[in-house]
Design a protein around this ligand. Structure first.
Ligand code: ZN
Length: 321
């Protein structure tokens, strides 16, 4: 599998860089006093901060901080949205939060069950925060937990220490509002799209909409739910009024909405049309994995890592329609 090869190649390159002393920028995750270095945050609107993740797979030089993480600060309390792919990534986000505000973190919100959005939860445990997610999230995470944890240990080695599953207990059926003091967060649980447990977070004070992985910008969208469902949901999301800016799960810290969804929609529609055509032509799943979506190859980061998997997921979805 090319993905495994490239990860291994990346690790090999990294150990060379490490030996050469060139990995110092991220190798300095642990400062001399033993505290972790905070992730850099960008303030995209008053009291609204985003750690913008690189377009990378989990690897030793990113600590698993490969999905965007956000912070919203109210007059009484703060909320963190997504926590990274390891306890260390979560610790670095927590350090970033402490550098920005002394308000207590009252809510940890996970936008869905994927490991790069939830495995840093452990860093925020035991500090009075309530963990919040879509009502279907705990089950989706539980059935994948072993696989997710094994992957972190394989990719991060000793830096995976302390990474464990922390399941949310406050669950959103359809909509829930959270009060941070002077600003309300509106959480919406969506039908199956990117996954079966996608949750969006709207900040009423600034009109910022945190879309999790319902929005990919630059990073190829990854499909783990329903392609048809995702396209249908996109229609509803783009029609929502009052959005000043959006924060994608992967991509720039702040983008225009709905303009920033155009590339994702184009990719998903091409994938859908290609897979349907290949099925109609009697082609195999393997052929679909090779061919569907190919015209998009130069337009996305991490295309080779995820496109074939997306095509296979779509093939399963459309095979019997
Ligand atoms: Zn995801």
């Amino acid at each position: 599998m090319p993905e495994r090869f490239s990860r291994r190649a990346l690790l090999a390159l990294m150990s060379v860089a490490w030996l050469g002393g060139r990995a110092s920028a991220r190798a300095g995750t642990t400062e001399q006093n033993g505290a972790v270095a905070p992730e850099p945050l960008e303030e995209i609107a008053p009291g609204t901060f985003v750690y913008r993740a690189p377009y990378e797979l989990i690897a030793a030089d990113n600590d698993g901080a490969i999905a965007n993480m956000s912070l919203v600060v109210g007059s009484e309390a703060a909320a963190v949205i997504d926590t990274g792919n390891s306890r260390l990534a979560g610790e670095r986000m927590r350090a970033a939060v402490r550098a920005v505000t002394d308000r207590p973190v009252r809510y940890i919100i996970n936008t869905h069950m994927h490991p790069d959005h939830v495995l840093g939860n452990a860093a925020f445990e035991g500090q009075g925060a309530v963990f919040v997610a879509h009502r279907k999230m705990p089950r989706a995470l539980s059935v994948r937990a072993e696989t997710y944890l094994a992957q972190v240990e394989r990719m991060l080695g000793p830096a995976a220490e302390g990474t464990r599953i922390v399941l949310p207990e406050t669950l959103v059926d359809t909509r829930m509002e959270l009060d941070l003091g002077g600003r309300r967060l509106v959480l919406d649980a969506h039908p199956t799209a990117h996954t079966d447990n996608d949750l969006t977070v709207f900040d009423s004070a600034t009109g910022t909409w945190f879309l999790g992985d319902l929005l990919f910008v630059g990073h190829i969208p990854t499909l783990d739910g329903s392609l048809k469902g995702w396209l249908k949901l996109l229609d509803a999301l783009v029609a929502r009024p009052g959005i000043a800016r959006a924060v994608p799960g992967h991509g720039p810290a702040s983008v225009e909405w709905p303009a920033a969804s155009a590339d994702e929609r184009r990719y998903l529609e091409i994938l859908r049309d290609d897979v349907r055509r290949l099925i109609a032509e009697g082609r195999s799943m393997g052929q679909a994995a090779d061919e569907a979506g190919r015209s998009e190859r130069d337009r996305w980061a991490l295309f080779d890592e995820f496109n074939a998997r997306n095509a296979i997921a779509a093939y399963h979805e459309f095979e019997w329609e």
